[in-house]
Ligand binder design. Structure first.
Ligand code: GRF
Length: 215
């Protein structure tokens, strides 16, 4: 069974969705631990309540990124994970760090990449007047919010949407696609090639998420 570690920085709702999916038998995996770079991350209490081991590697405790990454790498390696999921982990990781975990480091990002990498994705989507917005699960490469795409989910943007309402609808889809992506990984169904990801046996088990009906 695959060993999955989750990295968070805050609320931890994506992490909670993964914990539930594993607990409910939807993902065949062992959650080996949750690591936060902030001691005040609300997700830590959720993980602890669910019986998942937690630890904090506080980035502010280290003078530079390299030293922080040494400690973070140590914490990750001690868990011996097959997959490391960045679930709302808000630190940029160096190319060397990312390379070390190539093919087993996954991120959830709240936009339809390659549109809107970085922060404030919902605000930018509203400012641009896009009609379709969403989220992406991808393998992490040295370029921030870039890398082979595993799953995407879309929502229709409503005329009366604001940042909060749009973020809330996208978040629901994040929880769903992240669970599917991790499930596929844990079932050895993901093949990375030429910058893209193929899902063995197809993506047909996730039909409605990819293109929900427009309203
Ligand atoms: C999510 O929107 C995630 O895509 C982004 O930060 C948010 C984290 O939410 N990177 P949560 O901590 O999973 O609730």
């Amino acid at each position: 069974m695959k060993r999955v570690a989750i990295l968070i920085s805050g609320r931890g709702s994506n992490m909670a969705a993964l914990i539930s999916a594993v607990r409910d038998g939807k993902i065949d995996a062992t959650l080996v631990g949750v690591i936060s770079n902030r001691a005040d991350a609300a997700g830590l209490a959720i993980a602890a309540r669910e019986g998942v081991a937690t630890q904090v590697v506080e980035h502010r405790a280290y003078s530079d990124r390299a030293t922080f990454e040494v400690e973070l790498g140590r914490a990750i390696d001690a868990l011996e994970p097959d997959l490391i999921v960045l679930a709302g982990f808000m630190r940029v990781l160096s190319a060397a760090f990312v390379e070390r975990y190539a093919g087993r480091l996954m991120n959830i990002h709240p936009s339809l990449l390659p549109a809107y990498p970085g922060l404030h994705t919902h605000r930018k989507a509203l400012e641009d007047g896009v009609r379709i917005h969403g989220c992406t699960v991808h393998f992490v490469t040295a370029t921030v919010d870039h890398g082979p795409i595993v799953a995407q989910g879309a929502v229709a943007v409503r005329d009366d949407d604001n940042e909060a309402s749009l973020a809330a609808r996208v978040l629901d889809v994040e929880h769903a696609i992240l669970s599917h992506a991790v499930r596929w990984f844990c079932a050895d169904r993901l093949v990375i090639g030429g910058g893209a990801v193929r899902v063995k046996q197809g993506r047909a088990d996730v039909p409605a998420l990819i293109v929900p009906l427009a309203e």
